[in-house]
Design a binder for this molecule. Structure first.
Ligand SMILES: C[S@@+](CC[C@H](N)C(=O)[O-])C[C@H]1O[C@@H](n2cnc3c(N)ncnc32)[C@H](O)[C@@H]1O
Length: 272
């Protein structure tokens, strides 16, 4: 890992010490994977790459997508990277390697991969545009990029006043703390159109927040970890945060969670 890499949110989302995953952060990222994996697997299953594809999973978190890719491409290989490997659930596959790697500063040779996927990472990184450019360089001619990135627009129009203000407060606090940009993914259609990638397709989905849903667990744990920062925002009070958390246990509460903007596009194949 590069020493000068861009770490984000260390003081908010503790990843634990001495090689031990922080149990709360592990639960939070597990809940995110439970909420998003079914859609990610369906998206990735539709990408037309061969069984011998060389895959890169950037910011692998617990590694659920990396393990799925390794099973999907038994004759291929999967490199799963993260700045911090403590959250990874070790479950070995012969074609899967985990690599401590900072996507903002550590490199791969150009044209190394046939499929590159990342999820809920780039909005966190202040150098997100440059990182997108680096990932495109790592694609082989004809290789596919699949981005699944978070966007705040469902919160802006939520009819639940306290939930809306708390959720937007979370994203404002992340922005203030380490430069998270919760509007960046909404701009992906433009960025991809300008990127030189071709055959792009895009969609957005918002897994629901209701009592007991995986997205509710993820968002509740996110709010709880950010509690001190939320209380510094002038638009939020302790009562607001309490009310917002209580909604996650209310069987009558039902709303859209944070959006996932999914983009699939490929590097032009080499001309023959
Ligand atoms: C919100 S989690 C998402 C995990 C996983 N992609 C998922 O969707 O389940 C973001 C992940 O990105 C990793 N990460 C943060 N900064 C990174 C960087 N500069 N390079 C590589 N990984 C990074 C974090 O350690 C964390 O595991």
């Amino acid at each position: 890992m590069g020493d000068n890499g861009e770490k984000y949110g260390d003081e908010i989302f503790s990843h634990g010490d001495d090689g031990e995953a922080d149990p709360i952060e592990k639960e939070r990222v597990d809940a995110l994977a439970e909420a998003l994996d079914p859609a990610s697997f369906a998206t990735l299953a539709a990408v037309p790459v061969g069984k011998d594809a060389r895959c890169l999973e950037v910011g692998a978190g617990t590694g659920s997508v990396a393990r799925w890719l390794a099973d999907r491409f038994p004759k291929g290989s999967v490199t799963a990277t993260d700045l911090d490997l403590d959250l990874i659930e070790e479950d070995e596959r012969p074609n899967l390697r985990y690599l401590r790697h900072d996507v903002t500063s550590d490199d791969f040779p150009p044209s190394s991969f046939d499929l590159i996927h990342t999820r809920f990472l780039l909005p966190h990184l202040p150098s997100r545009d440059a990182v997108l450019g680096r990932m495109i360089q790592w694609l082989a001619p004809g290789g596919w990029l699949v981005l699944e990135e978070s966007a705040l627009f469902p919160f802006e129009s939520s009819p639940h006043d306290c939930f809306r203000r708390t959720s937007l407060g979370v994203l404002a606090a992340l922005g203030r703390s380490f430069g998270h940009d919760a509007r960046w993914a909404r701009n992906l259609p433009t960025l991809i159109a300008e990127s030189g990638l071709v055959e792009a397709s895009m969609s957005a989905a918002c897994p629901p927040i209701s009592a007991g849903s995986a997205m509710a667990r993820f968002w509740r744990l996110t709010i709880e970890q950010l509690w001190p920062e939320l209380l510094e925002l002038p638009e939020l009070s302790e009562d607001d945060a309490d009310t917002a958390l209580a909604q996650f246990d209310d069987p009558g509460f039902f709303d859209l969670g944070i959006a996932t903007v999914t983009v699939t596009a490929r590097r032009p194949p080499a001309s023959t």
